[in-house]
Write a protein that binds this ligand. Structure first.
Ligand code: CMP
Length: 145
């Protein structure tokens, strides 16, 4: 069963994009769409709407709008869970002790600057993919999936 999810390289790890893409391919994913974006404040508020009541929300919005990000659609067996496993725990420090080969252990700094994002469910993946790659956009029409 092939499933798709949304991955995003965050501003702090854009300089490590080559190594991160290499890990993605080595772990058997296909990248079926990819887009470099500088999120506006309003776009960031929309993307992270589920976290709006969290005490770290302002820090998160500030950070994710601090530079360009790379968003991509990942396709593979059990993609949502597999990508979350490759990312490791949200807190990069925790990732270094519990999942030393994970992306956040290798490229993240702390809880905020944690290298990459991954959708937490198939429903989130659908919403987040639609956010970056809206159906009916030129991107979708021109991309073979
Ligand atoms: P992400 O997978 O993009 O989903 C929400 C983000 O909020 C998360 O990664 C972190 O960047 C950030 N985040 C989650 N928990 C905390 C926290 N306790 N303190 C600061 N940032 C957090």
């Amino acid at each position: 069963l092939k499933i798709i999810t949304l991955g995003m390289i965050k501003p702090d790890s854009m300089k490590k994009m080559g190594e991160i893409l290499d890990l993605i391919f080595k772990n058997g994913f296909l990248i079926t769409k990819m887009k470099k974006v500088s999120l506006s404040r309003n776009e960031a508020l929309e993307f992270y709407q589920e976290h709006q009541s969290k005490m770290f929300f302002n820090t998160l919005i500030q950070y994710i709008t601090s530079g360009p990000v790379m968003a991509f659609e990942l396709m593979g067996e059990n993609a949502v869970e597999k990508w979350r496993n490759l990312l490791g725990p949200t807190d990069s420090a925790e990732a270094r002790s519990e999942a030393p080969y994970s992306i956040r252990a290798r490229f993240g700094t702390d809880k905020t600057q944690n290298a990459c994002h991954g959708s937490d469910s198939a429903a989130s993946a659908a919403r987040e993919l639609e956010f970056f790659f809206p159906a009916g956009s030129a991107g979708r029409r021109n991309t073979a999936v």
